[in-house]
Design a protein around this ligand. Structure first.
Ligand SMILES: [Zn+2]
Length: 360
């Protein structure tokens, strides 16, 4: 029998309410909202290991599998290429860095025990696209990496506000509007706070599904590519629009939490795999879009565009990076960097396709 309890996570995962609009605040309430954020951080659940109910000290967890995928893509020095942001006063730019396979795409997400046990089936066996547990674990990894990043940004932004208060000699008796820079920073933090809460709801769904083997809370799509690609991706993203320009994520008007696509792509055993999923309850928003990534004849362009426009957790084989022209390297880095803050920038197949190999 269907359980309609608001607190029943099964129901929430399938069709129940997940959004909480009361969390939105007007400018005049932002000072109070800041108090709420700080209070939350003081009382927050343990931000250690992210395995359901753990919280132990985390180790550096790989999100892009090291022993199979990174080892396949790396050069003789055991390095892979990763796009890394460089912050300067003038602008944000991105550089291609050679990183050792043990450091690439790692974050302190799980304790030693759970890092090993949670992903055991996909760490120790070849991917099986007919196995829902495999597909679920790849999705979970893509999700949790983004969740960790959001959590980290939220904490770091609050630390930034506290530092700025000291620099500005902030006086609590004065209105916040007397400190426009501080006001701006707090609004920025509030964005991370909202993002964190939205993703926390999605984490509850993932955790429930994992604990009860209920993988059909996600909708999976897979594609085989008949050769080994020169890159690997493990990321989640919220597309603004579909390829016809129709809106998918409208963060102001939507009652739904953000519509995430969880994506993995990697070479294995002579071919490559694209694994995509999304919350089944969001099917009406994401089904056509994700299907187009699998079935359209220009899927290589669509995927290249998505990887560069929306994801940040991907690595490239140095052999590929060294085989393309300087001009193409600059085009790829520039598109990745410029689309961080401006989602309107156009993708050009001749400049930004990641599947092309060799001297182009
Ligand atoms: Zn743990």
């Amino acid at each position: 029998m269907k359980n309609n309890s608001k607190n029943d996570i099964v129901d929430i995962a399938i069709n129940g309410p997940m959004s909480d609009k009361t969390i939105w605040k007007s400018d005049s309430d932002i000072g109070k909202a800041y108090g709420d954020m700080v209070k939350y951080l003081y009382r927050k659940p343990n931000w250690g290991c992210l395995y359901p109910g753990c919280g132990e000290k985390p180790i550096s967890s790989h999100s892009i599998q090291a022993s199979k995928i990174q080892k396949k893509l790396c050069d003789n020095n055991n390095t892979v290429v990763s796009f890394q942001p460089v912050f300067s006063k003038e602008r944000l730019s991105v550089t291609a860095k050679y990183i050792g396979v043990h450091e690439a795409s790692t974050s302190p997400m799980f304790c030693k025990k759970h890092d090993a046990s949670l992903f055991y089936p996909i760490e120790n066996y070849d991917v099986d696209v007919s196995n829902e547990l495999h597909l679920f674990l790849y999705s979970y990894r893509a999700f949790i990496k983004g969740f960790y990043d959001k959590m980290f940004s939220f904490q770091a932004s609050i630390d930034g506000v506290e530092k700025l208060k000291q620099v500005l000699n902030y006086n609590e008796d004065k209105p916040l509007s007397d400190y426009p820079t501080l006001m701006n920073e707090i609004k920025h933090s509030y964005g991370f706070y909202l993002g964190y809460f939205n993703q926390l709801k999605i984490k509850n769904v993932f955790d429930y599904a994992f604990e009860h083997n209920k993988y059909d809370v996600l909708n999976f799509k897979t594609k085989d590519i008949p050769y080994e690609i020169s890159f690997a991706v493990c990321s989640s993203f919220t597309p603004n629009n579909d390829f016809d320009g129709d809106v998918i994520n409208d963060y102001i008007a939507d009652d739904e939490p953000p519509k995430f696509v969880f994506m993995n792509m990697f070479p294995e055993n002579g071919k490559s795999y694209l694994l995509i999923s999304y919350l089944d309850r969001q099917k009406k928003y994401l089904n056509t879009y994700t299907e187009s990534l699998i079935s359209e004849s220009n899927y290589k362009d669509r995927l290249s565009e998505i990887i560069l426009r929306y994801t940040d957790n991907f690595i490239v084989a140095p052999t590929y990076w060294n085989s393309i022209s300087d001009a193409k390297r600059i085009d790829l880095l520039r598109f990745f960097s410029d689309t961080i803050n401006n989602k309107e920038i156009s993708y050009y197949p001749n400049k930004h396709n990641l599947f092309e190999v060799g001297n182009n």
